[in-house]
Design a protein around this ligand. Sequence first.
Ligand code: G5P
Ligand code: MG
Length: 236
Amino acid sequence: MLSKPLTLLFCSAPRSFYATVPVRGKKTCALIIGAPGSGKGTISNWIVRDFGLTHVSSGDLLRAHMRDGTTLGKEAKAFIDRGDLVPDNVMVGLVASELKKLGDKPWLLDGFPRTQPQAEALQAETPVNVVVNLDVPFDTIIDRIKDRWIHPGSGRVYNLIFNPPKVAGKDDETGEDLIQRDDDKPESVRNRLEVFKANTAPVLDFYRSMGILKDFHGTESKKIWPHVEAYLKSIM
Ligand code: G5P
Ligand code: MG
């Protein structure tokens, strides 16, 4: 799986071919981009609740494969635990098959694309028309990630300070145990932030040049959210 060339999964298209903006009256194909821990999962939950999009998180897909012990999951685990990116060809194949399952349903993609080749492969296959970029300072992120707990079955995210579970250590909806992610160890988090800085700038430029990217700056998800909500209402 890891050695399959990217071009076998998606063919590429010239930049001039790519569609830009129009969203109203069309299927919404949205992205949420941001550094690890910037609140993509948190704000995605509010977007899907209020705008009827289906949430597709590349990290949740990978964690499901790791839990199920699939070949892809076993191969991806080493990259994820170190805080490195899983190879592009694996990610493109994984996300493409997930989006195919959604048919005509509008979606919100969280955590993909993270590299220029991933962005180009996605745009050639299913043009994105909305991009929300969360710009949260790294110091804020490092501070909040140590308190994160997740429900592995659903991907629901908690934080001991920001949104603690009703019962300590248990998921609010199922009562099942919460866990901490292996890649939330301080050394992995630092590497994930470096990897993000190195790889994602070209992805932001790619969407900015198409005129479909909107930046949201801040340190608190609850303060960023009203701006995201107003923006999405204005274009959808
Ligand atoms: P993931 O799973 O995509 P990351 O690293 O992009 O992981 P992560 O860690 O899931 O992103 P997030 O979704 O941006 O973070 O943030 P979140 O979970 O909502 O919030 C973080 C914490 O802060 C939570 O505890 C939340 O409750 C809390 N919080 C939120 N807002 C606030 C606030 O205002 N205040 C406070 N105090 N707390 C708050 O990817 C994992 C790995 O998979 C691989 C890579 O190895 C990656 O490292 N991967 C890919 N590899 C290659 N290409 C791709 N496209 C890949 N996608 C995944
Ligand atoms: Mg997340």
